[in-house]
Design a protein around this ligand. Structure first.
Ligand code: C5P
Length: 325
């Protein structure tokens, strides 16, 4: 009888410990068996701090604005624009030259990669991105190394790295620009064109071929040092989407920085933002020159953009590094 009771006890103990083990296994816990005895030490497994798995929470504010299906970059298969998008975009152009859009797009994709970029989103992807704006608040921040530790480092317009490495880093995987803000790039950097007009697309073609366009509304570089196989063009529908959904119609069209930040939200799984923010006079100052752009007479809704950027930070969708005031 006692023997039978002992056996029942042993089986129950074995079953219970197996159940506990299975439970802990599925709980991501580590079990350490010490000295072959039945005393267990349970240690919560150090969850690999998989940065993209951090729960950013559910935000209805974000979900109302974020449209995962919007085309981000232009290619020959998505280049036909809906009528309302085309007429909005056409209105941005100083020179009413949008009539040759189709011809120009054909030329674009006979020269530059005609690909469907960044359609790789999914639970397994963890792409970290640093968006680096040109605000003077980044000076003295020592963010350089942190910025360079991201998979993608996206810079904007003329923002240089040389002589500012300590604060802004020196890695540039993408630079978003338009003809009037163009700078030379190294071979590994993607040139992402922000086309505000068809002439911007024509300039891009010309800069890599005939070099005949030297002037838009101001002088522009007639050629550019950049890798022809690393050229991308923001989709006009994306520009209107950012204007409508994120800038809520403020300004004539979004600033390059704001577009870049929303672009990053779409192609990255973790977005850290540096070098954004006006000075105390509500002016956009640069870390590399003395330019001061006031919000008031600008074509961008700077105040509203800032409000939206702060809200994105509050909602845990981006992390703002505010630098030094
Ligand atoms: O002046 P620029 O347009 O080249 O700067 C790039 C972007 O950085 C701006 O479009 C803006 O979104 C951001 N910026 C900012 N605060 C500043 C300067 C620039 O937020 N003081």
């Amino acid at each position: 009888m006692t023997m039978r009771l002992k056996r029942v006890f042993k089986i129950t103990a074995l079953l219970s410990s197996t159940t506990i083990l299975l439970f802990l296994y599925f709980q991501n816990a580590a079990v350490v068996l010490i000295n072959n005895s039945y005393s267990f030490v349970f240690e919560r497994a150090q969850r690999t701090s998989h940065i993209c798995l951090e729960d950013s929470g559910n935000s209805s504010w974000f979900n109302e604005r974020y449209k995962p299906t919007v085309p981000l970059l232009l290619n020959s298969t998505n280049s036909v624009l809906q009528r309302n998008i085309f007429s909005w975009w056409k209105e941005l152009q100083d020179v009413r030259s949008a009539s040759n859009y189709t011809k120009v797009v054909d030329q674009l994709f006979s020269l530059f990669p005609n690909e469907d970029h960044y359609s790789d989103a999914g639970p397994d992807r963890c792409r970290t991105c640093a968006v680096v704006g040109n605000s003077g608040n980044i000076l003295g921040s020592n963010y350089g190394q942190l910025i360079d530790s991201h998979d993608l480092v996206i810079r904007i317009n003329k923002g240089p790295t040389e002589d500012y490495e300590k604060d802004v880093g020196n890695k540039t995987t993408h630079r978003i620009m338009y003809p009037e803000s163009a700078v030379d790039l190294d071979d590994n950097t993607y040139l992402v064109l922000l086309p505000v007009k068809v002439l911007d697309m024509q300039w891009l073609i010309s800069a890599f071929t005939t070099r005949h366009i030297r002037h838009t509304y101001t002088n522009v570089p007639s050629s550019i040092k950049a890798n022809k196989d690393k050229v991308m063009i923001l989709h006009p529908e994306f520009i209107k989407y950012v204007h409508d959904n994120w800038a809520e119609g403020h300004g004539r069209y979004p600033s390059t920085g704001f577009l870049t930040l929303i672009f990053a939200l779409h192609i990255c799984d973790k977005v850290d933002v540096f070098g954004f923010g006006a000075n105390s006079d509500r002016k956009w100052h640069h870390y590399f020159d003395k330019t001061m752009t006031s919000f008031e007479n600008d074509s961008h809704g700077g105040d509203f953009e800032n409000k939206t950027i702060n809200q994105l930070h509050q909602e845990n969708k981006i992390l703002m590094y505010k630098g030094l005031k």
